[in-house]
Design a binder for this molecule. Structure first.
Ligand code: NAD
Ligand code: MG
Length: 296
């Protein structure tokens, strides 16, 4: 057996201060400095999701990309949704999925549109031949110092992306989900400890935490599990494309006890665990990974 290298979580990944940077929304992972680690060269699978079929929204970058890579290495076929502007990030993920000998399906489109959400699920079902894992991970986050700076259009875009899209995709998928299927949402520490400048976004993460608990009760008798992941500050495009102020970004993660932001790869095994059959008694749960901040 090869010797395991033991790594200190404090020093394992980049720490603040970070270079000043901003990108037009929705941003690309490949253009961040440093480039986030989604497990491209490190995640090792062990057949935990062999033969499963997954649809992941926001699968091009951040947590969604880390989950997509891990799912493929655990033996699943994976469809990802993303915005057309993110094609470059998405194609990198598709290449990595196919390198594992798994089906990698690219399904670009805007989740703020109900008819697109319905079509997305239909396309995923057709291309994958069914669906066992639905990960509602995409979200919109824009920092606004004051509630007075939030237009009705912006508020609506946040609600459509973060609350309506999971509703629309779950409703379209449910008639096709069999016992043993799972639904996973991405919540946030913002659900429990909202920041002053994330008035609109934070309440959608509270809604995510809440819908997961409701739906878990509703779907348990059908054998469908529903859980959420609640990350703390993670180094992703969402933060550099309007999600955080420059001051927050340069010191990103400094407030956590570990003194740094998380990397998307550090959440990959959680998305795998919640999807795996051996987590069969886990439903209605929110699994946090926030560098010691204590939420949820
Ligand atoms: P990310 O930018 O890599 O991923 C978000 C994705 O959402 C984008 O890649 C994009 O494809 C998708 N998206 C946004 N609007 C869309 C739309 N209208 N139509 C289709 N797709 C759309 O950032 P991330 O941080 O990995 O975000 C993933 C999840 O993690 C989100 O739910 C976010 O709220 C949550 N989260 C992030 C952090 C953090 O610090 N980064 C902390 C807690 C929770
Ligand atoms: Mg992206």
């Amino acid at each position: 057996m090869s010797k395991q290298t033991i790594l200190n979580p404090v020093d394992k990944y980049p720490k603040p201060p970070f270079a000043k940077q901003s990108q037009p929304w929705p941003g690309l992972a490949s253009k961040m400095d440093p480039v986030p680690d989604h497990g491209e060269t490190t995640y090792k699978g062990s057949g935990r999701l062999a033969g499963k079929r997954a649809l992941i929204t926001g699968g091009d970058s951040g947590m969604g990309r880390a989950a997509a890579i891990a799912y493929a290495r655990e033996g699943a076929d994976v469809a990802i949704n993303y915005l057309p502007a993110e094609e470059e990030d998405a194609q990198q993920v598709i290449t990595l999925i196919r390198k594992e000998g798994r089906k990698g399906i690219a399904l670009p489109g805007d989740l703020r549109d109900e008819s697109f959400c319905t079509q997305l699920v239909a396309d995923a079902l057709r291309e994958l031949g069914g669906l066992d894992i639905l990960v509602n991970n995409a979200a919109r986050q824009q920092t606004h110092a004051s509630i007075l700076d939030i237009s009705s259009e912006e508020f609506d875009a946040v609600m459509k992306t973060n609350i309506y899209a999971p509703f629309w995709t779950i409703r379209a998928a449910l008639p096709h989900l069999k016992a043993g299927a799972v639904i996973i949402g991405t919540a946030s520490e913002q659900a429990y400890d909202p920041s002053a400048d994330l008035y609109d976004y934070a309440q959608t993460k509270a809604a995510t935490m809440n819908y997961v608990k409701s739906l878990a009760k509703q779907l348990a008798p059908k054998g469908i599990r529903v859980n959420a992941v609640a990350p703390g500050p993670i180094w992703t495009p969402l933060q550099v494309s309007g999600g955080a102020t420059q001051e927050k970004l340069q010191n990103f993660g400094s407030a956590t006890p570990l003194g740094r932001p998380g990397q998307p790869v550090e959440l990959a095994s959680i998305y795998v665990q919640l999807a795996a059959d051996d987590a069969s008694f886990t439903t209605g749960q929110v699994y946090g990974a926030s560098g010691g901040a204590g939420q949820p």
